[in-house]
Design a protein around this ligand. Structure first.
Ligand code: CS2
Ligand code: MN
Length: 356
């Protein structure tokens, strides 16, 4: 595996490439052209500029998170052809710049959903948190407002103001889309892009739905072992793979994370590893990465990745806000750096232990 950090670009991120470079064992970044709307074409020279900036710092780009998929593709609207063609050209332009890993999601309307962006924990750190009770009481438009008011002045991915203005329209687009239809639209999209992925050796890595169940009555499919295996089989190509995100699949306590990892051998192209602390099955908060701070056995998760021979990029995921840092919720420097160091430590111990 390669240890990486997510970086949003110098215009948007409070964390610098120089800081990332100083985290022991981190050699790559996962980044994006953050200003791009879903469906927009990424030009070759814009990508080149990003590559040059990252490489000048002594790091390299290990993958893109995300090239977002336009809602016309997710809903199967006739205009999807235009956006699929743009997606294909973007993939080609990425490959021409030696970028061959693309993370994306197929979640309707919302990307990840949390009900609090700064829940205080006993040690004074603040974390993202979710309670189903709060979601059940919320009108989806209010959800956008409450998230927007709480982002430390940053623009959160998936919660861009342009999308917030269109929330009603977005809901209307999905009126006739159920889980089956969403699967069908995903299959269509994958079948259209796979020839390009084959030609340029590009790994597509779908990110799970977070939380891993339906919110606000919208369809959600990338939620559990059964569905993700269905997705792998319906377009049975090694370039059709997954981002294994422990914090997203882990929102559903029925998901056995190490078992899921083992069942996806050869198809995990990217891993997000973080811990959650459950206060009840429908109330969780994003704990520190360390096993004892949350509800997951992080050793078993890393061991499963090790055992299947995972060799892609891995990144610590949302971190707590600690030591007075002000940053995009979940994406400060300090706690993610602690997470990277811890995950690297587990990996080294597992590797050395397995040789005994
Ligand atoms: C990320 C997702 O911050 C996060 O929770 O894991 O936003 C992820 O980047 C997207 O769903 C992938 O398209
Ligand atoms: Mn994730």
């Amino acid at each position: 595996m390669e240890m990486t950090m997510r970086w949003y670009g110098s215009k948007y991120d409070t964390v610098t490439l120089q800081q990332i470079r100083q985290i022991p064992g981190v050699t790559g970044v996962i980044t994006t052209l953050y200003g791009k709307a879903a469906g927009e074409l990424w030009e070759e020279d814009e990508i080149r500029e990003l590559v040059n900036e990252v490489e000048a710092s002594g790091l390299h780009i290990s993958g893109i998170e995300s090239v977002n998929v336009h809602d016309a593709i997710k809903t199967g609207a006739p205009e999807r052809e235009v956006y699929i063609n743009n997606y294909i050209k973007t993939l080609e332009n990425l490959a021409r710049n030696n970028i061959r890993l693309v993370c994306y999601n197929f979640m309707p309307v919302f990307d990840w959903t949390r009900t609090e962006l700064a829940r205080k924990r006993p040690d004074g750190s603040t974390v993202l948190a979710y309670t189903q009770e709060a979601v059940d009481k919320l009108d989806p438009e209010k959800m956008f407002e409450s998230i927007a008011g709480d982002t430390n002045g940053t623009v959160m991915p998936g919660w861009e103001p342009e999308r917030m203005e269109r929330v009603k329209e977005l809901f209307a687009m999905y009126r006739d889309v159920d889980n089956e239809k969403l699967f069908e639209n995903l299959k269509y999209f994958l079948e259209r892009i796979m020839p390009t992925c084959d030609k340029y050796d590009i790994n597509m890595a779908i990110h799970p739905d977070d939380p891993a169940w339906s919110v606000f009555g919208l369809p959600r499919i990338i939620t559990c072992k059964e569905n993700i295996l269905r997705m792998m089989h319906m377009v049975d190509n090694p370039h059709n793979g997954v981002t294994f995100c422990s914090g997203s699949y882990g929102t559903n306590l029925k998901n056995d994370l190490p078992d899921m990892i083992r069942s996806l051998k050869g198809r995990i192209h990217f891993a997000h590893v973080r811990n959650l602390k459950f206060n009840s099955p429908t109330d969780f908060e994003e704990a520190a990465h360390l096993s004892s701070d949350g509800s997951f056995d992080m050793y078993e998760i890393m061991k499963a990745l090790y055992d299947i021979g995972f060799d892609g990029p891995i990144r610590p995921d949302h971190g707590r806000m600690i030591w007075g840092e002000t940053a995009m919720p979940g994406y400060g420097l300090y706690d993610r750096a602690l997470g990277a160091a811890y995950l690297n430590g587990l990996w080294e111990a597992i590797g050395k232990g397995s040789r005994l």
